[in-house]
Design a protein around this ligand. Structure first.
Ligand code: SAH
Length: 343
């Protein structure tokens, strides 16, 4: 069976070349092609026809197939539904910021974390994505954009820390100067708070930004929104965030989506400020995207601003995120959900 070309590590390409009796520099050439995102081995014009055929016999190029691609009028975000080799459907989003382009990638086909507010929940978990499938999304978006992407968010469908081995391999691959040469500093990984894997990540020695989906000022409210809170309790999670900062020197970013009357009242803001008072962190407030059937409503703009003001007064670093791409269902698994179960 053919393997995904994008899954190959440089050492595996070297092995391939050795087996074919090719000089070592060929491996470098092929590795650099991997980072360009090819749709067919015919594109490798500086290689002989025999070598291209040999590659084609052993591997498939690994770029996902495009399904629906939607452009957003509001924020120049672009969201794509992509199909993988085995027919799995995932989402990837391209966002334009003042400083350039960023990509939001999925790490699993489906998710089993079961967060109540999230559109990825309910459709079940199918499988982890491989390092090459992460790279494939990025290359597909880059090809689509026609320019280099320089920031990456692992914030699409799935829980990246459940798939840590492939995620780390992806981060190390794109960091390689001969590959995409993207520094881990330009990467944010978002987790629902899997404490043991957070500790493992802290040991990996990669200067990426860890975002933690907190969404609550205390254990009780967090449990109502996120089943994972029963596994790793609020205090334990905050301790892991502290340890992450101690090990890496990187401030943790706390994601906090505001849901009407559930976690957005002034007393919730006060409590959150108390809990985070001694943390080296930053709160990212997100106007929630209401997902039908969850029984949760988005907070109004006034509530969001009040919440922000309270945190500021308590000297908590906070930003209120503009919601990018709401008009294209670009938030959190909504497009895949509509695709799999058209309403
Ligand atoms: N599993 C990871 C990453 C995927 S979700 C995590 O939980 O962090 C990416 C972010 O979108 C998370 O912060 C998640 O909590 C948030 N999110 C999911 N559904 C949302 C919704 N309906 N409104 C606002 N944010 C949402």
């Amino acid at each position: 069976m053919k393997r995904n070309f994008l899954d190959l590590e440089k050492s595996e390409i070297e092995d391939f070349c050795r087996q074919k009796g090719l000089p070592a520099y060929r491996a470098g050439q092929i590795f650099r092609w991997q980072a360009r995102g090819i749709a067919s081995f015919d594109e490798l014009t500086d290689l002989s026809k025999e070598l291209r055929e040999a590659l084609d016999e052993a591997f498939y190029p690994g770029l996902p197939k495009a399904g629906k691609s939607l452009a957003s009028k509001l924020s120049s975000s672009r969201k794509a539904i992509l199909t993988l080799k085995d027919g799995e459907i995932i989402e990837a989003v391209l966002m334009r910021h003042r400083y350039g382009l960023s990509a939001c990638l999925s790490t699993q086909a489906g998710c089993r974390m079961g967060c109540r507010f999230c559109a990825s929940t309910g459709l079940g978990f199918h499988r982890h994505l491989s390092r090459g499938e992460l790279l494939g999304q990025l290359l597909w978006l880059q090809r689509e954009a026609g320019e280099k992407i320089d920031r990456i968010d692992l914030m699409g469908i799935g829980e990246p820390l459940e798939n840590l081995e492939e995620v780390l391999a992806f981060i190390r691959r794109i960091r390689d100067e001969e590959s995409l040469n993207i520094s881990p500093r330009k990467l944010t990984l978002s987790t629902c708070g899997l404490v043991p894997a957070m500790n493992e990540l802290a040991q990996a020695g990669l200067p990426l930004t860890l975002a933690v989906s907190l969404h609550a000022p205390n254990q009780e409210i967090r449990e109502k929104l996120m089943p994972v809170a029963r596994l790793y309790r609020y205090d334990e999670l905050l301790r892991a965030c502290k340890a992450y900062f101690a090990a890496t020197g990187r401030r943790v970013s706390f994601e906090y989506a505001l849901f009407k009357d559930v976690n957005d009242r002034p007393e919730h803001a006060e409590e959150l400020a108390r809990r985070l008072a001694d943390m080296q962190g930053h709160v990212n407030l997100i106007p929630a995207n209401a997902v039908a059937g969850t029984g949760l409503l988005a907070s109004g703009e006034k509530r969001c601003r009040e919440f922000q003001t309270i945190l500021e007064r308590r000297h908590i670093q906070v930003t209120l995120r503009r919601s990018l791409g709401q008009d294209i269902d670009a938030a959190c698994g909504q497009l895949r959900r509509n695709q799999l179960s058209p309403s």
